[in-house]
Design a protein around this ligand. Sequence first.
Ligand code: SAM
Length: 274
Amino acid sequence: MSLPPGLYIVATPIGNLSDLSPHAAKILSEADLIAVEDSRVTAKLLAHIGVKRPMTPYHDHNADRVRPGLIGQMAEKAVALVSDAGTPLISDPGYKLVRDARAAGVSIHTVAGPCAAIAALTLAGLPTDRFLFLGFLPAKAGARATAIAEIASVRATLILYESGSRLAATLAALGEGLGDRDAAVAREISKKFEETVTGTVAELADRYADAPPKGEIVIVVGPPGEAEAASDTDIDTALREAMTRLSASRAAAEVAETLGLPRRTVYERALALK
Ligand code: SAM
């Protein structure tokens, strides 16, 4: 039976091909067209489930050019979107395709599945109740330090993607910007050489300084401890910024939520600052 026309976002394995769900396999088998990052990678996945489907490239270098045509086809065809591994749109192309397909009234479906960020979070042994996904930090030291400073007071577990060659430098920058928090490095998840190493950010930076690891990597960093709770200066800085956009009470609510502080205490500071 053929699929109704529309856009189907399909998550694919991040290592072990057996993680492809039966639902994902069915959608890929029945799609009229599969938009792919790299046809060689997706061809291997399709061979694993014994199907051949037409593929068209959709990646960072051609996305703006091919997006309107691809969306045009979704009126009559079932178009699947995959990335090389994991969930499309998560540090991968696809967000603008979904945005524009939605604006064009296309019927949109997602086939949920593997995502390295979530898989690493389940391995790390760090709090999972609040987490912030940062993707890849900027490669240049200055921009990286700024990005880290922006989220230093957020009371949540942080999840980052990184390459082996930059791992030690990024861990060192995280230690500098965040303090020495508990962390984990999850590598090659669901593959032959999978390992998860835990320690403080500084310990992990030391460990990898002279031995850049091979393979694909996710860094998970725990939230600040009580001792590193936001200082009065942090609270005032956040409040001053929020009050340029919001009323004192809404600013206090936002800052209290972000910094994990009682709303009343923050509101009193907001009134004092006004
Ligand atoms: N969309 C993908 C997802 O849902 O995870 C992520 C794509 S991003 C371009 C690729 C990065 O994800 C890698 O550089 C690495 O940081 C992380 N990653 C992907 N597969 C992984 C694995 N098996 N183990 C650890 N990290 C992985």
